[in-house]
Design a protein around this ligand. Sequence first.
Ligand SMILES: [Zn+2]
Ligand SMILES: [Zn+2]
Length: 141
Amino acid sequence: MSNSISKETSCLCGDVKIKATNINPKYTVCHCETCRTWGGGPLFAVQCGADVQFEDTKSLKEYDSSDWATRGFCSNCGTHLFYRLKKTGEYNMPVGLFPPIEKLEMTMQYFSDKRPDNYCFSNKTQEMTEAEIHAYFADSV
Ligand SMILES: [Zn+2]
Ligand SMILES: [Zn+2]
């Protein structure tokens, strides 16, 4: 992809070092209950493709959060590191994990029907409800 971006970062304690070489600056927000429980709020995530490298993984733990995805975090400091699709191995990673990413743009909100009514974003984005997501991703799960 011509507009993909490369960044290096680490978790808060520095145990897990990460290099993502294919970051798409058009990011998504997920309002599903799992994401909100996991992070205390909606998950702001950039797609990083399957090409993500981890250096020194002794503190990297993975949690099997659904039939189709795994979530990774640092077991020492608790930093959330990724949401990875099992079928494709593609990573979605928290936007705030990285140093500033050029041309970031919120383009999609997933599980828009699960968004609690105590917050909303004024960004103009596409939205998908739970039913639309299940229909759209039925083939890839
Ligand atoms: Zn850590
Ligand atoms: Zn979610």
